[in-house]
Design a protein around this ligand. Structure first.
Ligand SMILES: *Cc1c(COP(=O)(O)O)cnc(C)c1O
Length: 405
């Protein structure tokens, strides 16, 4: 007889034994007071400062976004009522897809229920549409891209992270007339490093490959109208497909791809993860529409965001804390041990009212466990000083390393 309960219990115990059992913080964000939130802990409620949200600009509480959603709810109700094919295409969907195509200066865009679904559905579909397609994937690509590549069941090659020489050595050996997709991200969200997008485009042109860029951590934040890092670097037109999320800097929920009309029409016609699921709520779409429109014109907010991240890195360094070498808005601080990492996070929450989730395996490699801070334009100097003092105290208490090994 199979003892199902015992199997589940053993699986959880194994995770606990490795020190990477995940406990979700029970939080309630306070609209109008981001980054403050109410934390519901075992000994009651208290107010905490959130330091690890991907709502990078606080758009989740932006008045234009909130009002856009309120207006939509009063106008059309809450749900889409079906798949995009069967009654689920609302005028908000059509408008948002046009807005996203314009954001990236592409011909068309297609919405998905999340960025994860967008990557998984699109990559698996592309390898089915393109016969004998080989996917060349950066070794640190997000789980959703990996799932999509696996789902396509086509051949794949993994290239060393951001290593264009290694990528070229793999491309060189492939037949020039066979389809090849180079799949990568712009900002890698755990280290905060950025891909050499232009150099990768050079290789794509030389070897006749298609470029697939996940800009999930770049959209809204980089480029003259928030199109992402490729837009900032002036190479957006050289990218064949841009994938993004509406759930991080745009502060709402949903995912999308942008590219040529033919590409979008093909994915729309074949991707199971697009076709057979209820469309995003028009209320979410209305909010995202306001957010994209707002951030297109918010260069000042993008500048403030970069200034906050730079300041945060500088004061951590001054305090002798092991901030890792990020070139983006992401501020990782090295711990290097899963149990210690969780302990730092627990103490910050329990004793200092600071919420930052430990980042452990499998999100990052074992031995590189870290805290990942995401300062926003709404984190003040005072927030930062409180954080650094608290970190310094915990570092002393736990006798942690001061260098990022
Ligand atoms: C978060 C994330 C996604 C998934 O986006 P969601 O909208 O949250 O599903 C995709 N790619 C990367 C790199 C991400 O970090």
């Amino acid at each position: 007889m199979v003892d199902y309960e015992r199997a589940f219990d053993a699986a959880v115990k194994a995770v606990k034994a490795e020190g990477r059992y995940r406990v979700f913080a029970d939080l309630e964000r306070c609209k109008g007071r981001f980054p403050q939130a109410t934390y519901y802990g075992s000994d009651g409620e208290k107010e905490v400062t959130v330091w690890c949200s991907n709502d990078y600009l606080g758009m989740g509480q932006n008045e234009h976004v909130v009002n856009g959603m309120k207006t939509a709810i009063d106008k059309v109700g809450v749900g889409a009522g079906g798949t995009r094919n069967i009654a689920g295409t609302t005028h908000f969907h059509v408008m948002l897809e046009e807005e996203l195509a314009d954001l990236h200066e592409k011909e068309a865009a297609l919405l998905f229920t999340s960025g994860y679904v967008g990557n998984e559905a699109t990559l698996s579909t592309l390898s089915r549409i393109l016969p004998d397609c080989i996917i060349l994937s950066d070794e640190l690509n997000h789980a959703s891209m990996i799932q999509g590549i696996r789902g396509g069941k086509g051949p794949k090659l993994i290239w060393r992270h951001n290593d264009v020489e290694h990528l070229e050595s793999l491309l060189k050996d492939l037949p020039i007339d066979k389809p090849k997709i180079i799949a990568f991200e712009s900002v890698y969200s755990m280290d905060g490093d950025v891909a050499p997008i232009g150099a990768i485009c050079d290789l794509a042109e030389k070897y006749n490959a298609f470029t697939y860029l996940d800009e999930v951590h770049g959209v809204g934040l980089y480029g003259y109208k928030g199109g992402g890092v490729a837009q900032r670097d002036g190479v957006e037109h050289r990218i064949d497909l841009i994938e993004g999320t509406l759930g991080k800097a745009f502060g709402v929920m949903g995912g999308y791809i942008a590219g040529s009309s033919n590409l979008i029409d093909a994915v729309r016609s074949y991707a199971s993860g697009f076709i057979f699921t209820t469309a995003l709520s028009p209320v979410l779409v209305a909010g995202a529409l306001e957010s994209v429109r707002f951030l297109k014109k918010a260069g000042d907010l993008r500048d403030q965001h970069q200034e906050r991240a730079a300041r945060m890195k500088a004061i951590l360094r001054e305090a002798g804390l092991p901030v890792m070498p990020s070139v983006s808005h992401i501020v990782p601080v090295f711990v290097g041990d899963p149990v210690a990492c969780k302990e730092v996070s627990d103490r910050l929450l329990d004793e200092h009212n600071i919420y930052v989730q430990p980042i452990n395996y499998p999100t990052v490699p074992k031995g590189t466990e870290r805290l990942r801070f995401t300062p926003t334009p709404l984190h003040t100097d005072q927030h930062m000083e409180q954080l650094v003092q608290a970190l310094d105290k915990v570092w002393v208490e736990l006798d942690l390393k001061r260098v990022a090994a």
